[in-house]
Design a protein around this ligand. Structure first.
Ligand SMILES: [Zn+2]
Length: 488
């Protein structure tokens, strides 16, 4: 039961004989806030919305916890110092469930119920404060949060905005997923979807860095959402409490720009590979085994191909971490690496793992790279390439000198070298090249050929242009080294 009350609140402890535990919480009006003396306050609510959301929270608590009764009353109107503003009472068969449900209701009401408070101060002034964020954090600002990252010239305000607009799905909130999610969130990736159907188990704790030992038994997606909200209030988590399967993968993947695969079984890895290639989504994968791990990126249309190009079928007889054990820091490291690769993909930074399978043995500290190339006849890639019109985004996005495309009609050459780092950065543009336009300024009636020093930056740029709906752009393979062979 959730109620908005205009008169003083009181506790009504449950007398139910089957209740072995009873927990209550009373939030009172305090005499100070952020160093200012408070003399009184008023709560105002959007009654209908507040009642509906409050009832929803109580219902959610009922589903999540094994409880007998839940009551939550919230005061509205004028309150004096010391008055009870919110009372939550939970009766349950066991004390632990009562504590947890009580805390859940208080937290969710503060976050979600549309109630505002106006504090009156000793100096006669007053301020409206959203009750949900009633504890403003001194000095916390969004620009301050990202200050050190925005300072990087390759990122800046524009790159940070791009991260803020991005939607990344992390499949599996486990040893790989936890650090990946945390660093995506701290990097400012605006929306992080998290798909995981499990609850926290005690055997997860040695490697799954977002979780606390007192939360065992609770759904991981909820714990992730809470941890991220505390780590970075400027991003949000979309929880998907489910196990990814052939039946739900497309609907899930379609809603995101990029997918991180933190699962620990090859069946799901191949499923995500196939669905991401088919839907044209960038996929970053990693896996760990005892003391070693691997990582790679699948970039649809990239000459490096996909997981199935590398190995047509899931390997047989590979035992999971649950069977053979894993050193906790190994998935930690590879989860961070996945987040790095995702941020680079979103910003078009640096070299990618799209053409290699990267392995690190943490005992020998030997790193190895297996070069990857698209395999003709790969069922995943060829299905995507032969998809019906409307899937034009999966056409090859790289051209080589001599490609018929370069003969057929006008095209504009874009010089991307200026956006690159290092010694290849030119002093001036090619006179015949155009300045690189914003994606929004690309004209649909002309074709663009993006060229950089080696064909890496231009490929990333082209991929992003295509992702934003401009299919009339191509990247010149091998960059400027191939430029003099196309007759300009
Ligand atoms: Zn393939």
């Amino acid at each position: 039961m959730f109620r908005l009350m205009r008169h003083p609140l009181a506790l009504e402890p449950s007398q139910r004989p089957e209740a072995g535990g009873y927990a209550s919480f009373v939030g009172r009006v305090r005499a100070h806030n952020e160093g200012r003396a408070v003399v009184g306050l008023a709560y105002e609510a959007y009654d209908e919305l507040a009642m509906a959301e409050g009832a929803r929270i109580v219902e959610e608590a009922r589903c999540r916890f094994d409880v007998l009764t839940i009551r939550c009353d919230h005061r509205v109107g004028e309150l004096a110092i010391g008055d009870a503003a919110i009372v939550v009472e939970v009766a349950a068969a066991h004390r632990r469930e009562a504590f947890r449900a009580c805390e859940f209701v208080v937290d969710e009401v503060k976050k979600r119920v549309p109630i505002w408070k106006r504090e009156r101060y000793e100096d006669g002034r007053s301020d409206w404060i959203n009750a949900g964020t009633a504890r403003p954090v001194a000095g916390l600002t969004e620009s301050g949060y990202y200050e050190r990252q925005q300072r990087l010239p390759e990122i800046g305000v524009e790159g940070q905005r791009r991260l803020g607009d991005a939607r990344v799905l992390v499949v599996g909130a486990g040893g790989l997923g936890c650090p990946a999610i945390e660093f995506l969130a701290r990097a400012g990736v605006g929306t992080v979807g998290v798909a995981d159907g499990d609850s926290l188990d005690v055997t997860n704790l040695h490697r799954q860095s977002l979780f606390r030992s007192r939360d065992t038994g609770r759904p991981k997606v909820d714990l992730v959402a809470e941890a991220v909200a505390e780590a970075n209030p400027y991003v949000r988590v979309e929880p998907h409490p489910l196990r990814v399967s052939a039946g739900n993968a497309d609907a899930l993947v379609e809603g995101y720009d990029l997918v991180l695969d933190g699962t620990d079984n090859f069946e799901t890895k191949y499923l995500l590979n196939d669905r991401c290639v088919s839907l044209g989504k960038t996929l970053v994968q990693a896996g760990v085994y005892r003391y070693e791990g691997w990582a790679m990126r699948v970039e649809p249309g990239h000459p490096g191909g996909c997981l199935r190009c590398l190995w047509p079928d899931p390997p047989a007889g590979v035992r999971s971490c649950a069977d053979v054990g894993v050193l906790g820091v190994v998935p930690g490291l590879f989860g961070v690496l996945m987040a790095t690769e995702a941020v680079k993909a979103l910003l078009g930074l640096g070299d990618s793992l799209a053409d290699r399978f990267w392995i690190l043995d943490m005992l020998s500290m030997e790193a190895r790279s297996i070069r990857r190339t698209a395999r003709p006849g790969c069922p995943a890639c060829s299905r995507a390439a032969s998809s019906p019109p409307g899937r034009a985004a999966f056409e090859p996005i790289e051209v080589t000198p001599g490609d018929p495309l370069l003969d057929g009609g006008p095209w504009i050459l874009l010089d991307l070298r200026a956006s690159e780092q290092g010694s290849d950065r030119p002093a001036s543009q090619w006179p015949w090249a155009s300045a690189v336009p914003e994606f929004a300024d690309l004209r649909p009636e002309v074709r663009y050929l993006a060229v950089c020093a080696h064909g890496v930056t231009s490929l990333e740029w082209t991929r992003r242009a295509r992702a934003s709906g401009h299919l009339n752009v191509w990247s010149l393979r091998n960059g400027a080294t191939g430029l003099d062979r196309i007759g300009r």
